[in-house]
Design a protein around this ligand. Structure first.
Ligand SMILES: Cc1ncc(COP(=O)(O)O)c(C=O)c1O
Length: 474
C-alpha cells in the first residue's frame, strides 16, 4: 500500500485557484455584501453582478427565509419520474402564464444552467426522433458562446476555456457546427448598418445550413444576450427574427439560452423573458433554457421550457421524455423559486431593474465614452445586464495584452472602490482577446444605489486608467 503525506494548503476546496487562499463571501443585505479577501474585510460592497447575475432579490431577504422554512416543512422528496410534486407544476404554470401567450407549454426543472443545456440538447434530439427524422442531428451554435461547462454544453459552446477538453466533446466537425458570433462592437464593418450586420449573420447561417444538408440540421442555439462570453451585446435589429425565420424555413428547432439574461433580468414589460425585447410572441423560441435569477441564489434551480410545438410531438409520439435525474423538479427548489418569482411580480421588481439598469448604463455611457483619457472602449447592454469593455486604444479598439490581466486588475480595484464586478478576460479561438467587466445588479437596486455604484465604478476606471498611463501601458 502506498501512503502519501497530506499537506496543508490554504484552501481545501478544489475550485478556482486550487490550494490558494480564496475570497469569502461573509454575508449580505440587499445589494450590499461583505467579502473577506487576503485577510482583509471589505464591507458595504455593492454587489454589481449579484454573484454571477444570480440574485434577483438581493441578499438576506427575510421573506425568502420564510418561504424556504415553510417549503422544507411542507414538502417531501420524491423521485420525479414516478412521483412528482405540486410545486414543480405550480412553478411551470407560473412561468408559462408570465411568458408571451402561447410561447411555452411545459417546463423541466433542473439544478443548474449547464444541466439545462444538457437536457435541452437531448430533448431536441428526441424531438427529431419522435417525428421520425433521425437524420436531423446537427446543432449549429455560435463561436465564442457559453452554455455551461459540462460536456454537451461545452460542445455547443465555444471558448478557449473548453479547448483542453476538445477530444472528449461531441464531434465538432459533423455535429456541433459553429456560426459566427454576434459582437457588433468588434465585428460590424465600417459603414455597415445594424440591420445589414444582422442580415450578414443570418445569411451566413443560411449558407451553413445549405452547405450541411438542411435535412440533417436539428437545431440552432444562441444566447439571446450573451454574458460572460462577449459581454452583453444587444442583438442587432432583425437578427433574432432572421434566425427564427431561417429555422422555420428549414424545419430546424430554434433554441434560446436565457440562463444569464432571462427570468426578469432584461424584460421590458415586467415579465420574464429577454427575447420579448426583440421578438413577437409568434416568433418565440421552440425551446429555452433558464436559471440563475429563478432561484435568486437561495436554491440551485434552473430549467428547460418547451413550446407547444415540441410538447405536441412528444405527446403524439412516445409520450415520454427519456432520462430522469434524481433532483429534477426538486420540491424545495421549486417552492422557493415560485415564492421568489411571486414576490418579484408582486413588487414590480423586473420593471425596476429594467428602469434602473438602463439608468446605470446611460450614466456609464455618458461619463465614460466621451472621455478620451480613460480606457473604456464600449458600454453596452440592456435592462439589468451591462458591460464595460476596456481597450488600449479607443479609436482602433486594440485590446490590452492578455499578460496585463486588465479585467482581473479592474475587479480588484473595483472592490477597493466598493463594487463587486465580474472581470472577464475574453478570447476567441483565433488569437483575438478582450477585457470585459460584466454588471448585473439585483432587481431591487434603487436609483440612489445606482448613482452610488456608478460613482464607484467611475473611480475604479479612473484609478486603473491612471495607473496604466503611468506604467506606459497605453
Ligand atoms: C448563457 C449561459 N448558459 C449556461 C450557463 C451555465 O449555467 P451554470 O453555471 O448554472 O451551470 C451560464 C453560466 O454562466 C450562462 O451564462
Amino acid at each position: 500500500m502506498t501512503t502519501s503525506t497530506v499537506k496543508e494548503y490554504k484552501s481545501a476546496v478544489f475550485q478556482g485557484q486550487v490550494g490558494k487562499e480564496k475570497a469569502f463571501a461573509k454575508n449580505g443585505k440587499g445589494v450590499y455584501m461583505t467579502v473577506e479577501k487576503n485577510g482583509k474585510e471589505y464591507s458595504g460592497i455593492i454587489d454589481a453582478i449579484s454573484g454571477a447575475a444570480v440574485a434577483s432579490l438581493g441578499w438576506g431577504d427575510e421573506d425568502v427565509y420564510d418561504i424556504i422554512q415553510d417549503a422544507a416543512r411542507k414538502h417531501t422528496y420524491s423521485y420525479p419520474a414516478y412521483v412528482t410534486n405540486q410545486e414543480a407544476e405550480k412553478l411551470a404554470k407560473f412561468y408559462i402564464e408570465n411568458s408571451a401567450p402561447g410561447a411555452f407549454a411545459s417546463c423541466l426543472w433542473t439544478c443548474s444552467g449547464s444541466e439545462s443545456t444538457e437536457n435541452a440538447l437531448k430533448i431536441m434530439r428526441q424531438y427529431q426522433l419522435e417525428r421520425n427524422m433521425p437524420k436531423k442531428v446537427k446543432m449549429i451554435s455560435r463561436e465564442c458562446s457559453y452554455h455551461g461547462f459540462t460536456m454537451g454544453a461545452m460542445s455547443v459552446g465555444n471558448t478557449p476555456r473548453g479547448a483542453p477538453f476538445k477530444d472528449l466533446m461531441i464531434d465538432q466537425e459533423n455535429v456541433c457546427i459553429k456560426m459566427p458570433r454576434c459582437y457588433p462592437y468588434r465585428d460590424m464593418k465600417e459603414g455597415e448598418t445594424e440591420e445589414e450586420y444582422g442580415k450578414r449573420l443570418v445569411d451566413t447561417l443560411e449558407k451553413i445550413i445549405l452547405d450541411n444538408d438542411p435535412d440533417t440540421i436539428c437545431s440552432v442555439i444562441v444566447e439571446t444576450v450573451s454574458g460572460s462570453s462577449v459581454g452583453t451585446p444587444v442583438p442587432p435589429k432583425g437578427y433574432l427574427k432572421g434566425l427564427r425565420d431561417i429555422c422555420n424555413k428549414y424545419d430546424v428547432l430554434f433554441m434560446l439560452d436565457e440562463v444569464m439574461c432571462g427570468t426578469g433580468r432584461c424584460n421590458p414589460n415586467g415579465k420574464l423573458n429577454c427575447w420579448e425585447n426583440f421578438l413577437a410572441p409568434e416568433d418565440a423560441p421552440d425551446i429555452q433554457t433558464v436559471g440563475k435569477t429563478l432561484g435568486s441564489g437561495y436554491v440551485t434551480i434552473a430549467g428547460v421550457l418547451v413550446s407547444p410545438k415540441v410538447l405536441d410531438v412528444f405527446i403524439s409520439g412516445s409520450g415520454t421524455i427519456l432520462g430522469a435525474q434524481t433532483y429534477h423538479s426538486h420540491a424545495l427548489n421549486c417552492a422557493t423559486a415560485l415564492g421568489i418569482q411571486e414576490k418579484i411580480k408582486r413588487e414590480g421588481l423586473t420593471a425596476n431593474v429594467f428602469k434602473n439598469g438602463n439608468l446605470m448604463g446611460k450614466m456609464l455611457k455618458e461619463a465614460l465614452l466621451s472621455d478620451e483619457t480613460n480606457i473604456v472602449g464600449d458600454v453596452r447592454g440592456i435592462g439589468g445586464f451591462w458591460t464595460i469593455e476596456l481597450v488600449k486604444n479607443k479609436q482602433t479598439k486594440e485590446p490590452f495584452a492578455p499578460s496585463l490581466k486588465i479585467a482581473s486588475r479592474f475587479s480588484d480595484i473595483a472592490l477597493e472602490c466598493g463594487a463587486n464586478v465580474m472581470g472577464i478576460a475574453g478570447a476567441d479561438n483565433y488569437g483575438g482577446t478582450w477585457d470585459i467587466i460584466c454588471l448585473g445588479p439585483a432587481f431591487i437596486i434603487t436609483e440612489e444605489e445606482v448613482k452610488l455604484l456608478v460613482e464607484r465604478l467611475l473611480k475604479a476606471v479612473k484609478t486603473l486608467s491612471k495607473q496604466l498611463k503611468q506604467e506606459g501601458a497605453y
